[in-house]
Design a protein around this ligand. Sequence first.
Ligand code: AMP
Length: 288
Amino acid sequence: MPALATVRRVADLRAQVHAWREAGDTVALVPTMGALHEGHLSLVRLARREARRVVVSLFVNPTQFGAGEDFSAYPRDEARDSALLAGEGCDLLFAPSAEEMYPPGFATTVAVSGLGEELEGAFRPGHFAGVATVVTKLLIQAGANAAVFGEKDYQQLQLIRRLARDLDLPTQIIPGPIVREGDGLALSSRNVYLDPDQRRIAPALHAVLVSAASALALGAAVSECEAQAREALRTAGFDAVDYVEARRPDDLHRLGPGPLSEPARLLAVARLGRTRLLDNLAVSAPRA
Ligand code: AMP
């Protein structure tokens, strides 16, 4: 298989995308931090259905990792990622250096207030400023027609939709569904951190969300379902539960403590050792 075309400079990315668009081709961007798995590849396939040309970016963005988080340990294997992407018919890999993304004197931050400060934003201060800034840059750099983001990082997806709307970025934001292992565990580059015992406990996160979602759809009270789900996660063996919350799906506003009157999204993070597992699930409103 021929090697995947790779550029490391913004100017080269721009030149290629410009040439494609001049030739009448549409372009879709799939931003990633590498260590690719089926979840990422499903987004590449979705991008291929949306556009004639697909660009994948690979950048482990230092500014979205907090002090004491896993930036240096984060799995990196560009050669493997590149081969997987070539196999999916990706047209271009954009793999910039940190200096290319953050030249000396870099001083601008994109912050999405409200949405960026809750849930993950509360547990990882500064995380979403890092995400919003790098994604804004990638969207402007690529100038693609569309960009694809996974529902796995549901709050991130809504934050990116918000910033694209607020900043009039002309790229359509397309969501991709969560890809899971056979036992329900959402695929994540960080699953490699789990030891065999933790890996056995991990699928309980999805299972607990599934039962909370069905209780909510039958008319159970939000506050009770959230509390029961947190308890069920501890019983299943999770070391800590950062949150389990039902929120309004688009803006993640809080809901009242009683039964749902509209569809919701359940979002949860639970910890196994130092590893934080994220998951989320759509919840339908009870039938009137
Ligand atoms: P990351 O490399 O973790 O920054 O993820 C890059 C993109 O892949 C993001 O839009 C993620 O939401 C998405 N993604 C990660 N895991 C999954 C999954 N299991 N299913 C679908 N999309 C995913």
